[in-house]
Design a protein around this ligand. Structure first.
Ligand code: C5P
Length: 234
């Protein structure tokens, strides 16, 4: 991409979007020592709670706690403190929660990096404009505006699609990381995502982290699928 200086390959994070901790343990065992960074999201955390994070930490795995917090500032500050106490390395909040909420999250999270979700990758332009009721609103403009605010509030990075990651990186360089979900190897099913990107596209956009979900968790051989994605990410 013109004008973009890429200093690193994206770090892959495997999404443990599974019903139980037993399922998560089985998947981690199948993938093996090659993978060291896992995401605990709403499905697993709602069922298993902190035990999922504690087990991963006990296995010396790095944890991204994807709770997408969005509440009044004090509530989010307290939740961020709890996430930090669990040893999560990264925690998500919604940037649309506003600046006071984002600053409270950063304050509560301490050493845990706060990542602000901009526009969910399940939205395209038309669905997003309809959802917020403002015709003509584009996803990329909203992502760039929320990225500015997130950086000003001390967030370590933002969540956006591979389709916007290059623009965010050009605007912010290394001062703001980009975490990209919606990864799909060429030809893989899109499922419920609207803005997807291949591993090469994510790498070329200069993303910092990439969420590897169904491309690995639904594969017949998750270890091999993960290995192929790592190779493509460079
Ligand atoms: O299976 P798939 O690769 O689509 O998984 C995407 C993962 O990324 C899910 O765990 C989802 O919660 C997460 N995510 C997302 N869009 C965001 C933030 C996180 O899809 N904006």
């Amino acid at each position: 991409m013109a004008g973009l200086v890429i200093t690193h390959s994206p770090t892959p994070i495997i999404a443990l979007d599974l019903p139980t901790l037993a399922d998560a343990k089985a998947l981690v065992a199948r993938i093996g020592p090659r993978a060291d960074f896992y995401k605990v999201g709403l499905q697993l955390f709602t069922r298993e709670g902190p035990a999922a994070v504690e087990w991963l930490r006990g296995e010396s795995k790095r944890v991204f706690l994807d709770l997408k917090l969005h509440d009044i500032p004090n509530t989010v500050r307290r939740a961020a403190e709890s996430a930090a106490a669990l040893g999560a390395e990264l925690l998500t909040i919604h940037a649309i929660g506003g600046e006071a909420m984002m600053r409270a999250a950063v304050d509560g999270a301490g050493p845990t990096g706060v990542i602000a979700v901009t526009v969910l990758t399940s939205f395209d332009d038309a669905a997003y404009a309809a959802a917020i009721g403002v015709p003509g609103t584009t996803v990329v403009d909203t992502v760039l505006r929320l990225a500015d605010r997130a950086r000003a509030c001390g967030a370590r990075g933002i969540v956006c699609a591979g389709t916007e990651a290059g623009a965010v990186r050009r605007a912010h360089g290394d001062a703001l990381g980009t975490l990209v979900p919606g990864l799909r190897p060429p030809g893989a099913p899109v499922n419920d995502q609207a803005r997807v990107a291949t591993p090469r596209e994510v790498r070329d956009a200069g993303a910092t982290w990439v969420i590897v979900g169904r491309a690995v968790t639904a594969a017949s051989d998750p270890a091999q699928a993960y290995e192929e994605i790592c190779v493509a990410l460079g």
